[in-house]
Design a protein around this ligand. Structure first.
Ligand code: SF4
Ligand code: F3S
Length: 104
């Protein structure tokens, strides 16, 4: 599976949802997640994210993000159409400690 990681937080560009063939992105207040059981591992979303927030779970230390994506995809609504990024997207891109600072 692919997963959304912390640099999506406070950016939420949503370019990713446009290309997903199975609509497995789910929307929270300031980030998206991927449902790990619905993702077909096609990889097309990864290069589309301007914040480089989408990673394959084959990278090191991704277990925590797989569980995070699973947890929230089960309660958030699906998002299949692109929308405007959050207002501070450019400013927040690349900032560290986003999970602690902004996630809600
Ligand atoms: Fe969707 Fe493919 Fe990205 Fe999985 S890897 S979330 S199926 S676009
Ligand atoms: Fe987030 Fe990147 Fe999609 S910032 S909403 S994972 S395009």
């Amino acid at each position: 599976t692919y997963v959304v990681t912390d640099n999506c937080i406070a950016c939420k560009y949503t370019d990713c949802v446009e290309v997903c063939p199975v609509d497995c992105f789910y929307e929270g207040e300031n980030m998206l997640v991927i449902h790990p059981d619905e993702c077909i591992d096609c990889g097309v979303c990864e290069p589309e994210c301007p914040a480089d927030a989408i990673r394959p779970d084959t990278e090191p230390n991704m277990e925590v993000w797989v569980e995070f994506n699973r947890k929230y995809s089960e309660s958030w609504p699906v998002l299949a159409t692109r929308r405007d990024p959050l207002p501070e997207a450019e400013e927040r891109d690349g900032e560290t400690g986003k999970l602690e600072k902004y996630f809600s």
